[in-house]
Design a protein around this ligand. Structure first.
Ligand code: NAD
Ligand code: 6OD
Length: 487
C-alpha cells in the first residue's frame, strides 16, 4: 500500500475535507511513491487560522532564548532522523544519496541553528538625537514578528529551500504555513513530526499540500490573513504571487529563475575552473537556480577547457539515488524532461554543435520509466539562441569563446536574469573588477555555491526581489518599529 502524505495543521496530520488526492511518482522508475492529500480552500483556511491563533499563544510569550532552544532541537531532530529525510528526499527527487547527504539534509538542519543564533546576537539600532532644549532624545528600533508567513517552495532542493525560509521566519517569532512543491511533498510533511518532538507549540508550523492554481498555492497566496509571502520558484509564478500579494499590501520576498554565467579567463587555473563548472552545470542534474548554463571561456584556453569539461561530463555516472558511484540522477519529472529536451532540439535547430550528450541515455529496463537525460555541452551557440537566453534548468551548458574583458562582461550581462555568476581568474585585480561589474545578486570567484548563511542572498532583474540571509532576512521577517524617547 502506498504511503499517504497529509497536511500538517495545528500540530496534527490530517487528510483534509475535500478528499482530493494526487499521485507522487518516482522520477527514477515511474513507480508510485505515495498518495498526496490535496489541500483546498478549507484546509488552507484552517492552516492559516491555526498559524494566526498561534501568534497569540505560548510562542508569542517565549523569550528569544527559549525559541533558540526549540530551533536547535528542530535541527537536532532532523539530524537524528537523517536517514529518513535522506531517503524521502532522494525518493521524491531521484537525486543521488551522495548529493543529498552533503547538501540538502545538512543544510536543512543548519538553516534552523544559524538563524536562531543570529537573531539572538543581532543588536537593535539606536540613534541619539539632539533637541532644541538640549535634553536630547533616544531612538531605538524594536523588531517584532511580521505575523503569518506563507512559504511557497520548489522541488529542486526541497528541504533546503523550505527550511531556508522557515528557519529565519520562526527565529523571528513568526508562524508559518508552508506549501511545498507538489513534486516533492514528503520531507516537508516529515518535518511536522520533528516540530512536535522539539516542543514547538501547535499551530506555529503548518503544511498544506497541493498545486499552484486553484489549489493550496493560490489559496494560500490569496489568503487575507497571511501577512507576508516568501516564494522560491519560476519568475512567472512569482509574478502571479506578487499580484495576489498586492491585495492588502502584503510584503513579498521572491527568489526566482536565473540564466547564470561563468567567465573563465586565460589566467585561470583551468583544472579548478573545469572542476567548478562540472559542479555548477551538472550537480543535481543541473536543477539548481544558481547553476551555470552559459560558460564564457577565453579563446586562448577554449579548446583545453572544452576537452576537459567534456571528459568530466562523459565520466559522470547516471543512475538511481543508491547506485554505486552515481553522480547524477534523473530530472524531476517527464514533464520537465520534455521541456529540457525541447531545448536540446532547439539548440541543434538554431545552429549549436553538440559536443556531448543531447538526448536520453540508455538505462537498464527497470529504470525505463525514469526521467533520465544526458549531460549536454554545446559549442557554437549564438548569443541570441534560446539555449543562451532562456533558463533550461537541466544538466547542460553552452561553451562560448570570448576575447576581452569588456566584451565578455557585456555578453554575460545581456540577460533579463541577474541571479548568480562565477569568475575564474588568478588575477586578484581582475577578480574584483569583473565581479563588481557583473549584474547579479551573487558572484563567486574561483568557486561556486560556497555559502555563508550570514551573507545576503537573492537576485537582481527578473531573478527576484529582496534579499534573505543574515540580517537581511530580518528586514523581511520582522516589523521594525522606531521608539523615540524624549529625555
Ligand atoms: P514553480 O514556480 O513552478 O513552483 C514553485 C512553487 O510555487 C511550487 O510549490 C508550486 O506549486 C507553487 N505555485 C505554482 N503556481 C502557483 C500559483 N499560481 N500560486 C501559488 N503557488 C504556486 O517552480 P519550480 O518548477 O518548482 O522550481 C524551479 C524554478 O525555481 C526555476 O525557475 C528555478 O530557477 C527557481 N528557483 C530559484 C531559486 C532562487 O533562489 N532564486 C532557488 C530554487 C529554484
Ligand atoms: O543556499 C541557499 O540558501 C539557497 N537559497 C540556494 C538556492 C539554490 C537554488 O537552487
Amino acid at each position: 500500500m502506498a504511503q499517504n502524505v497529509l497536511q500538517f495543521i495545528d500540530g496534527e496530520y490530517t487528510k483534509g475535507a475535500s478528499g482530493a488526492t494526487f499521485e507522487n511518482i518516482s522520477p527514477v522508475d515511474g513507480s508510485l511513491i505515495s498518495i498526496v492529500h490535496e489541500a483546498k480552500k478549507d484546509e488552507v483556511d484552517r492552516a492559516v487560522s491555526s498559524a494566526k491563533a498561534a501568534l497569540r499563544g505560548p510562542w508569542a510569550s517565549m523569550s528569544i532564548s527559549e525559541r533558540n532552544s526549540i530551533l536547535h532541537k528542530i535541527a537536532d531532530g532532523i539530524n537524528a532522523r537523517f536517514d529518513e529525510f535522506l531517503k524521502a528526499e532522494c525518493a521524491d527527487t531521484g537525486k543521488p544519496y551522495s548529493v543529498a547527504s552533503h547538501i540538502d539534509i545538512p543544510r536543512g538542519a543548519a538553516n534552523f541553528k544559524v538563524f536562531a543564533d543570529l537573531v539572538k546576537n543581532v543588536p537593535d539600532e539606536t540613534f541619539h538625537m539632539e533637541t532644541p532644549d538640549g535634553a536630547g532624545a533616544l531612538n531605538y528600533g524594536q523588531r517584532s514578528p511580521k505575523g503569518v508567513i506563507a512559504v511557497i517552495s520548489p522541488w529542486n532542493l526541497p528541504l533546503l529551500l523550505m527550511t531556508w525560509k522557515v528557519g529565519p521566519a520562526l527565529a523571528c517569532g513568526n508562524t508559518v504555513v508552508v506549501k511545498p512543491s507538489e513534486e516533492t511533498p514528503t520531507t516537508t510533511a516529515l518535518l511536522g513530526q520533528v516540530m512536535n518532538d522539539a516542543g514547538l507549540p501547535k499551530g506555529v508550523f503548518n503544511v498544506v499540500q497541493g498545486f499552484g492554481p486553484d489549489s493550496a498555492g493560490a489559496y494560500l497566496a490569496e489568503h487575507p490573513d497571511v501577512n507576508a509571502i516568501t516564494f522560491t520558484g519560476e519568475t512567472r509564478t512569482g509574478e502571479i504571487i506578487m499580484k495576489a500579494a498586492a491585495v492588502g499590501l502584503r510584503n513579498i520576498s521572491m527568489e526566482c529563475g536565473g540564466k547564470n554565467s561563468a567567465i573563465v579567463f586565460d589566467d585561470a587555473d583551468v583544472n579548478k575552473a573545469v572542476a567548478g563548472t562540472m559542479r555548477s552545470a551538472f550537480v543535481n542534474c543541473g536543477q539548481v537556480c544558481l547553476g551555470t548554463e552559459r560558460v564564457y571561456v577565453h579563446k586562448n584556453i577554449f579548446n583545453e577547457f572544452a576537452e576537459k569539461l567534456a571528459k568530466g561530463a562523459r565520466d559522470l555516472v547516471v543512475g538511481p539515488p543508491d547506485g554505486e558511484n552515481v553522480n547524477m540522477g534523473p530530472l524531476i519529472s517527464h514533464e520537465h524532461r520534455d521541456k529540457v529536451l525541447s531545448y536540446y532540439n532547439k539548440a541543434v535547430e538554431q545552429g549549436s554543435e553538440v559536443l556531448l550528450g543531447g538526448g536520453v541515455p540508455d538505462m537498464p529496463t527497470k529504470y525505463a520509466k525514469g526521467a533520465w537525460i544526458e549531460p549536454t555541452i554545446w559549442l557554437g551557440s549564438k548569443d541570441d539562441s534560446a539555449v543562451v537566453r532562456e533558463e533550461i534548468f537541466g544538466p547542460c551548458c553552452s561553451l562560448l569563446p570570448f576575447e576581452d574583458e569588456d566584451e565578455v562582461l557585456a555578453r554575460a550581462n545581456d540577460t533579463k536574469y541577474g541571479l548568480a555568476g562565477s569568475i575564474w581568474t588568478e588575477n586578484t585585480s581582475r577578480a574584483h573588477r569583473t565581479a563588481q561589474k557583473l549584474d547579479a545578486g551573487l558572484v563567486w570567484v574561483n568557486s561556486w555555491f560556497l555559502r555563508d548563511l550570514r551573507t545576503a542572498f537573492g537576485g537582481a532583474k527578473h531573478s527576484g526581489i529582496g534579499r534573505e540571509g543574515g540580517v537581511h532576512g530580518l528586514e523581511f521577517y520582522t516589523e521594525l518599529k522606531n521608539i523615540c524617547i524624549k529625555l
